[in-house]
Design a protein around this ligand. Structure first.
Ligand SMILES: [Zn+2]
Length: 94
């Protein structure tokens, strides 16, 4: 996982929350931040973010694609929110 200070993560999360398009996106961003802080296993491929779901399925998230139930139902999901956060984290730590 990426080495990043807690305050830097808070700053990125705050910025994403400020730009969130809806309440559902805000919830997804908060959940994604919680996963990152809990060091939930995820892998940045350089273009996508990979997750192993609770049911051991592999999800590959980008800005506009995921394979989880929430995404399939047309809702923002924590995976795509995590993609946004990790992408930003990579940009500031480069
Ligand atoms: Zn998802």
């Amino acid at each position: 996982m990426i080495e990043i200070g807690a305050s830097e993560l808070e700053r990125i999360v705050g910025a994403e929350l400020a730009h969130a398009k809806s309440r559902r996106w805000q919830t997804a961003i908060v959940r994604a931040a919680r996963m990152i802080k809990a060091e939930t296993p995820m892998h940045w491929t350089g273009r996508t973010l990979l997750f192993w779901s609770d049911s051991s399925e592999l999800y590959e998230a980008t800005d506009d694609v995921c394979q989880c139930k929430a995404f399939n139902e047309g809702f923002p999901c924590k995976h795509r929110a995590a993609y946004k956060l990790v992408k930003r984290m990579n940009e500031v730590t480069r």
